[in-house]
Design a binder for this molecule. Sequence first.
Ligand SMILES: Cc1ncc(C[n+]2csc(CCOP(=O)(O)OP(=O)(O)O)c2C)c(N)n1
Ligand SMILES: [Mg+2]
Length: 180
Amino acid sequence: MLERIEAIKRIVEVLDDELVVCNLGFPSRELYSVKDSGTHFYMLGSMGMASSIGLGLALTQERRVVVLDGDGSILMNLGGLVTAAGQAPGNLIIVLLDNKCYATTGSQCTYADTIDLGGVARAMGFRVIRFDEELDFTRALEATGPLFVHVPVKPRNADVPVIDMSAVEIIERFMAEVRG
Ligand SMILES: Cc1ncc(C[n+]2csc(CCOP(=O)(O)OP(=O)(O)O)c2C)c(N)n1
Ligand SMILES: [Mg+2]
């Protein structure tokens, strides 16, 4: 099983101009330390909203949107996932970095420990790809969405610094990128 930061690395290295919306906390810090880009939106504070922001972006512009989400956040906004499945934008990829816990706040277990969120997403109507060993994200980029990519990862955070951009800087840079 991969470390979460390793999974993020393997995804980001095959991306081009896709918009990336990242779950709050350590996932965003890890993405920022692996690679920073104007195409990245780092969520701050709001658990569960990355997939809904990704849905809004996917519905309103042509570029592909990759959401890097966590099991705790997905569980906090399952209704958002249902809405994404119902709207079914073909350019939306939701990646679940599934460590079965709230790693950012101390690795307390979530219900992903006992419930298969990939199965839940499939039942909602997502096409699901699961990467247990290798993580070849080009496979996901070749598939037709809406896609749910299930990546089990270790319940640990990398030793990376906080993001040294303000919330305003993050959103203004990202919106400039979206507007083109
Ligand atoms: C509504 C809400 N509740 C709790 C928190 C505190 N919090 C921040 S990150 C986090 C854990 C996120 O877990 P997950 O989405 O699985 O991501 P992981 O850190 O495991 O990759 C929690 C509980 C918050 N920011 N917002
Ligand atoms: Mg988690």
